[in-house]
Design a protein around this ligand. Structure first.
Ligand SMILES: [Zn+2]
Ligand SMILES: [Zn+2]
Length: 386
């Protein structure tokens, strides 16, 4: 008689199910948030076709692309458009970290729904002395992209992703950060019933013209009102889901990571960027914070106030800006090289006279860019927008 064992099996199964912890709900694979770029016009004649594949592997979202835009490439910087084949891995079930963490100073921090990487809201050391707001400096194409080592975005324009949104509809997802949280366009529902569509706004304020050192030109000031976003440019809706919104003003996409960025998301790109510097120094995407002891020792050696040094290095005030030694040295009126040496850190950027070999690494060898060939975008002269 097979009934008894079956009954026992059923009772056993119910008991087992009751005893097991409730498994955490896994997000569905968001692959259909991404574009099908296979029949898009592509970047133009002579360029590779855009490639984009998206899948979920266990608890990871895997985006594989060649970083070629699905629309006509318009060259803005002197860098050519090149294919960069990469797999980007992000958590499928992102969680808020205890503390937000800084974006990489250089290199990708996420990927858009067409497979193009996102960079933070600052440029590299160009135009010299650099690290300015690339949108303010007008070195972007009409989709807020341009080429460095690879084509990348510093802001997101909804219409560039073939999105025809009605005014009474919320914006769709435009990208994902390395921490796995989605980045929606600027418009969304004010409440769960979606009684009204509002444009979400950055809470960062501009202190001065952000031609150089963008992270020192803006300050996060929390604001009242449901339309204002947190310092990472995100918020939690009534349904409890956290996400970022692209905004019309700085930081445009993300201001920091609210979740934990996946460890290997941008690693390959960092290596490539590092190789561009002749393999010197750490990957530019890295952001190792000096210890209190290092700062204290460096302040004594440089004969500057310890608090001032900590502030210049963004180690105070709960700031989550990426570490920028060059900007910190500039703010302190000292040579970047002296700051590196005093802190005992490896240079982030090519030393002065990089082409001249190790002689360029001497202490006090002049400003970082002197003798060094500026790389990357060289606009015809920044034309600040008002
Ligand atoms: Zn850029
Ligand atoms: Zn939202």
């Amino acid at each position: 008689m097979p009934t008894r064992p079956l009954v026992f099996a059923a009772v056993g199964l119910v008991g087992l199910l009751l005893a097991l912890p409730v498994p955490a709900a896994s997000n569905p694979c968001p692959s259909n948030a991404f574009m099908d770029v296979s029949d898009s016009p592509g970047a133009g004649e002579g360029y590779p076709r855009p490639r984009l594949e998206v899948e979920c592997d266990g608890d990871e979202l895997v985006v594989s692309s060649n970083a070629i835009p699905h629309y006509e490439f318009v060259q803005i910087t002197p860098n050519p458009l090149v294919e960069l084949n990469r797999d980007y891995r992000m958590p499928l079930n992102p969680k808020l970290a205890e503390q937000p963490s800084p974006l990489p100073l250089l290199g990708p921090s996420g990927v858009a729904i067409n497979g193009i990487p996102l960079f933070g809201p600052n440029e590299g050391p160009v135009p010299p002395p650099g690290f300015g707001d690339p949108i303010y400096n007008a070195i972007m194409d009409s989709c807020m992209g341009h080429t460095a080592r690879q084509y990348h975005y510093h802001a997101l324009i909804e219409t560039c992703f073939d999105i025809a949104r009605e005014a009474n509809e919320p914006s769709p997802i435009l990208a994902f950060g390395w921490d796995g949280f989605p980045v929606y366009g600027p418009f969304g529902c004010r409440d769960e019933a979606c009684s009204e569509i509002v444009e979400f706004k950055s809470s960062w304020e501009r202190l001065r013209a952000p031609r150089i050192d963008a992270w020192d030109a803006y300050r996060f000031v929390p604001k009242e009102g449901a339309e204002y976003l947190d310092r990472c440019n995100g918020h939690t809706h009534d349904d409890g889901d956290y996400h970022y919104h692209a905004t019309a003003t700085w930081p445009y996409i993300m201001g920091c990571f609210s979740g934990t960025p996946s460890a290997d998301a941008g690693r390959e790109s960092d290596r490539q960027l590092s190789r561009r510097d002749g393999g010197r120094g750490r990957p530019p995407g890295d952001d190792p914070r000096p210890t209190v002891e290092q700062v204290s020792r460096a302040a004594a050696e440089l004969e500057i106030d310890e608090a001032k040094l900590a502030e210049a290095l963004r180690l105070t005030d709960g700031r989550v800006a990426p570490m920028n030694y060059v900007a910190a040295a500039r703010a302190l009126g000292i040579e970047a090289r002296d700051l590196y040496e005093a802190l005992g850190v490896t240079a982030q950027l090519p030393p002065p006279g990089a082409r001249g070999g190790p002689g360029g690494r001497r202490r006090g060898a002049g400003p970082p860019r002197q003798g060094g060939r500026p790389r990357g975008p060289r606009p015809q002269g920044p034309r600040p927008r008002q």
